[in-house]
Design a protein around this ligand. Structure first.
Ligand SMILES: Nc1nc2c(ncn2[C@@H]2O[C@H](COP(=O)(O)OP(=O)(O)OP(=O)(O)O)[C@@H](O)[C@H]2O)c(=O)[nH]1
Ligand SMILES: [Mg+2]
Length: 391
């Protein structure tokens, strides 16, 4: 599957930078392409300069709202970002048009952090505009939810998240939810934590996107998971997960592949990897609420067999009984067994409900502050009303 990926705000830009890197990896390791265009959109020029893998010309690092913000961001006011995105949408559409092999792309993936101003405000607007323009390609949003400590210190965090989620889910074909808090490892510094988190966020997409693009016969599975399967699976609230098991390089000489001991070990490792994928889903949710699911098994050819694929299917069926399940296998040479899982069409997501209800309770407070700002601005204007204007 080939994606056009567009990041909004600092968080979105950095994660798309990781997708651009992932594409480089697919190219060098596997000779295939999974990202046809990678773009970062921001109201803040400094954030755009901090990126590494996204091409550095103005059509790939797109500054919006320059006149309104002077290139210094919108300071968490996502309504302002939404307005700017609407006004400058043509810059983004023009850039998409220049994508070299745009017609080969299967879908759009738009990425943003929900708690800031720029990303949170612009992602729903541009999702809507792209959907109207390119009706033949689905548009997916990948939305990063804030860390716990941000929620407790800043009311805007919750309010921005709620408005972003509500608006994006109304227009996107599916919304991938990623909870930053799930990726925190206490032993890393904040800076290395962020880039580590971003790597972990994009990792599950690697095999998922590569599997259907393989051309070499030895890497083509018996059941190929292609763009069609992914598009059929993705709808509404969506989470994803990834797990792996190391495989021992050497089988004991007396154990043949058909030996019951090696077979049960394979199955065990498969279940272990799937268990890890489920327990480390990008957001905590109840798999029982999933309407659709997908799993991809990748492992060396000789380690995969129909029994293992079936066992994994049975296992997933057990925890997501209501879901239509699609699957695929992807033979790789590396000595590990990997499982990627998507749960989609979730009928309930507790965390989203919490943001909504918390945000409603904050409404009076946010309104009061906005009124205060307007009153203060008006007071400044009033004070200067007798000063002659140069305009
Ligand atoms: N995973 C991850 N999360 C990030 C990263 N940068 C920021 N975030 C999260 O995303 C939220 C939004 O922050 P930014 O992306 O910096 O905000 P912005 O969209 O640039 O908006 P403004 O700067 O307010 O205009 C933050 O509260 C963080 O929780 C990142 O590199 N990785
Ligand atoms: Mg910013």
């Amino acid at each position: 599957m080939k994606l056009v990926v567009i990041g909004f705000g600092q968080c979105g830009g950095r994660i798309v930078d990781m997708f651009a890197r992932l594409n480089g990896r697919a190219h060098s390791e596997r000779g295939i392409e999974i990202v046809t265009g990678a773009f970062a959109v921001n109201t803040d020029a400094a954030d755009l300069s901090g990126l590494t893998y996204i091409r550095s010309d103005y059509q790939h690092r797109i500054l919006i709202g320059g006149r309104k913000t002077g290139g210094h961001g919108v300071g968490k006011i996502n309504e302002l970002a939404a307005q700017i995105a609407r006004e400058d949408a043509d810059k983004i559409i023009d850039a998409i048009r220049t994508t070299r092999r745009f017609f080969e792309s299967d879908a759009f993936l738009l990425v943003a952090g929900s708690a800031g101003g720029t990303g949170s405000g612009s992602i729903p607007i541009i999702t809507q505009i792209i959907r109207e323009r390119y009706m033949d390609k689905p548009v997916y949003d990948l939305i990063i939810l804030p860390f716990e400590h941000e929620e407790s210190t800043e009311a805007r965090t919750v309010f921005n998240t709620a408005t972003c989620l509500k608006s994006a889910s109304a227009v996107a074909d599916a919304v991938f939810l990623v909870d930053n808090q799930r990726y925190v490892r206490k032993d890393f510094s904040i800076r290395s934590n962020m880039s580590r988190i971003n790597q972990l966020i994009v990792e599950p997409f690697y095999d998922l996107l590569c599997a259907g693009e393989e051309k070499k016969p030895k890497y083509i599975g018996s059941r190929v998971l292609d763009a069609g399967d992914i598009v059929q699976t993705l709808t509404g609230w969506t989470v994803l997960g990834y797990g792996k098991s190391a495989l021992s390089v050497f089988r004991l000489p007396f154990m043949r592949k058909s030996d019951f001991r090696s077979k049960s070990t394979e199955t065990h490792k498969g279940i272990h990897a799937m268990d890890e994928a489920i327990s480390e889903l990008s957001l905590a949710c109840n798999p029982m609420d999933a309407d659709r699911a997908l799993y991809l098994l990748s492992a060396p050819h000789k380690e995969m067999n129909m029994d293992l694929v079936k066992e994994l299917g049975d296992y997933l069926r057990g925890i997501a009984p209501k879901a239509t399940i699609r699957n695929g296998d992807y033979p790789r040479e590396r000595g590990i067994l990997e499982v990627t899982v998507i749960l989609s069409g979730l009928s309930d997501v507790e965390k989203v409900r919490e943001y909504y209800s918390h945000s409603v309770s904050l409404m009076p407070e946010v309104k009061k502050r906005q009124e205060e700002i307007i009153t203060k601005l008006k007071a400044i204007d009033d004070t200067g009303k007798d000063i002659p204007s140069l305009l």
